[in-house]
Design a protein around this ligand. Structure first.
Ligand SMILES: *Cc1c(COP(=O)(O)O)cnc(C)c1O
Length: 400
C-alpha cells in the first residue's frame, strides 16, 4: 500500500449550540493530549480517586458507588437498568419524550415487565398520574425511571415528588440526569434519588465518552441481591466496582485520556462553583428566550417547565427548517439541533450547555438566526433579538 491518501485532519471552527456535545474549555482539550499512564499506575489511581470525589460533590451525594462508566450517557442508562432489573421484575417508566422511550426499550430488553406513564411531548408528567399508574400495577414494582431534563422536548421534570411516590410503593427511583448535571440543581441525596446516570458532553462540557453514575446503599443492595448474573459482562457493576474500589482488579482498560479530560472538566465545575454555574445557565437560557421572543418566535415549553440547558423553538410557518440549520452551520459556524419524533420538522433545539453557555455565543446565534430567517422572507425587527438578550444579561451582571 502507498501512503495514506487522506488529507491532513482539519476541524472546522464551530460553536456548538445543539443538544450536545457542547464546546469544551481549552484546559479540557489540553488534558486529553497528556501522555498516557498505565491503568494500574499509582498516579492514575490517584486521578480515579479525584474523579470519584469530585463527582460526589457534583451529584451532591455521599454515595460510595459513584464513578464514570466507560461509554456515553446511554451506557450509563444501560448500566443502571441491566444491573437493577432481572427478568420478571416490574418497572414503571415516566415518559415525556425520546429519552424516556429509550428507557422503556432498555428495561424491556432486560426482561422486565415494563409499564409506562406518559405526558404529551413538551409537557411534564403530573406526579398524581405516576401515583395512579403505580397503584394499578399488581405486585411489587422494583423501580421507577424518569428523565430529569428531557433533551428531546426541553422539559424539566421535578424529581422530589416522584421520589416520595416511588418510595411509598417500595420502588427505587432511577433518574436520567444527562442534560441536567452541571447545568441546574441535581440533589441526589436531598431528593432521595436511589440511582442516577449522566453523560460528560452536555452541561459538564467534556467530550462524549463517559457516563457518570451514582447508586445509594439501597440500590447497591438490589444489585448484590440479584438471583442471576448481570446479562452484560462489560457493564456488570460488581466487576466494574472491583476496579474502581479498593481491590483495583483489572476488568477492562480504563479510557485513560478521557478520564484526564473528565478530571479537568470536573475541576472547572468546582472552580466555578455549582451555584454560579447554575446561575450562568439560568441567565443564558433566559437571555436566549428573551431574544427569540423579541424576534417574534415562539417557545414550545411553558416558562415554569423550561430547561436552562435546552430551548425548543417552534418553527414559523413557511420556513424551511433544514435550510436554516444548514446556513447557520455553513455561513456562521453555529450548530443547533432539529426536532425528534413527533417534533421533527416542528421545532429547533438550541443548547446552552456548559462552556457553550456564554453571552457572546447567544448574541452570535440570535444575530445569525435573524439573517438566515430574513433570507426566507421572515420580517424580524433588526437587532431586536440581540438587544433583548443583552438586556437580560446586563441586568444580572455584577456592577463594576
Ligand atoms: C444525550 C442524552 C442521552 C444519551 O446520551 P449519549 O451520550 O448520547 O449516549 C440520554 N438521556 C438524555 C436526556 C440525553 O440528553
Amino acid at each position: 500500500m502507498q501512503g495514506s491518501r487522506m488529507a491532513e485532519l482539519k476541524i472546522p471552527a464551530r460553536v456548538l449550540m445543539g443538544p450536545g456535545p457542547s464546546d469544551v474549555d481549552p484546559r479540557v482539550l489540553r488534558a486529553l493530549g497528556m501522555p498516557l499512564l498505565g491503568h494500574l499506575d499509582p498516579a492514575f489511581l490517584a486521578i480515579m480517586n479525584d474523579i470519584m470525589e469530585a463527582l460526589r460533590s457534583v451529584f451532591r451525594t455521599a454515595n460510595r458507588l459513584t464513578l464514570p462508566v466507560s461509554g456515553t450517557g446511554s451506557a450509563g442508562m444501560e448500566t443502571l437498568l441491566v444491573n437493577l432489573l432481572e427478568p420478571g421484575d416490574r418497572a414503571l417508566v415516566v415518559v415525556q419524550g425520546l429519552f424516556g422511550q429509550r428507557m422503556v426499550d432498555a428495561a424491556r430488553r432486560c426482561g422486565a415487565e415494563t409499564h409506562v406513564v406518559e405526558a404529551a411531548w413538551g409537557e411534564a408528567v403530573d406526579p398524581a398520574a405516576v401515583e395512579r399508574a403505580l397503584g394499578q400495577i399488581p405486585g411489587n414494582v422494583k423501580l421507577v425511571a424518569v428523565v430529569h431534563a428531557e433533551t428531546s422536548t426541553g422539559v424539566m421534570q421535578p424529581i422530589p415528588p416522584l421520589a416520595d411516590i416511588a418510595h411509598r410503593a417500595g420502588a427505587l427511583l432511577v433518574v436520567d440526569c444527562v442534560t441536567s448535571l452541571g447545568g441546574c440543581p441535581v440533589e441526589i441525596d436531598a431528593w432521595g434519588v436511589d440511582a442516577a446516570f449522566s453523560g460528560t458532553q452536555k452541561c459538564l462540557s467534556c467530550p462524549p465518552g463517559l457516563a457518570p453514575i451514582t447508586l445509594n446503599a439501597r440500590a447497591e443492595e438490589a444489585v448484590r441481591a440479584r438471583r442471576q448474573p448481570v446479562q452484560s459482562w462489560y457493564l456488570d457493576l460488581t466487576m466494574v466496582m472491583s476496579y474502581w474500589g479498593q481491590e483495583r482488579v483489572y476488568h477492562h482498560t480504563a479510557p485513560i485520556s478521557m478520564l484526564y479530560a473528565f478530571r479537568e472538566a470536573l475541576q472547572l465545575v468546582l472552580e466555578e462553583g455549582l451555584e454560579h454555574r447554575f446561575e450562568r445557565h439560568r441567565t443564558g437560557s433566559q437571555a436566549l428566550a428573551a431574544g427569540l421572543e423579541a424576534m417574534g418566535l415562539e417557545l414550545l415549553v411553558t416558562r415554569e417547565s423550561r430547561l436552562p440547558s435546552l430551548t425548543t423553538v417552534t418553527i414559523p410557518a413557511g420556513v424551511d427548517e433544514l435550510r436554516v440549520r444548514r446556513e447557520l452551520l455553513q455561513d456562521f459556524g453555529i450548530e443547533i439541533g432539529g426536532g425528534l419524533g413527533p417534533l421533527k420538522g416542528r421545532v429547533w433545539r438550541i443548547g446552552t450547555m456548559g462552556y457553550s453557555c456564554q453571552e457572546k455565543n447567544i448574541i452570535l446565534l440570535l444575530t445569525a438566526m435573524e439573517q438566515v430567517l430574513r433570507r426566507q422572507g421572515q420580517e424580524i425587527p433588526p437587532g431586536a433579538g440581540a438587544a433583548a438578550a443583552d438586556a437580560v444579561c446586563a441586568s444580572r451582571r455584577p456592577r463594576a
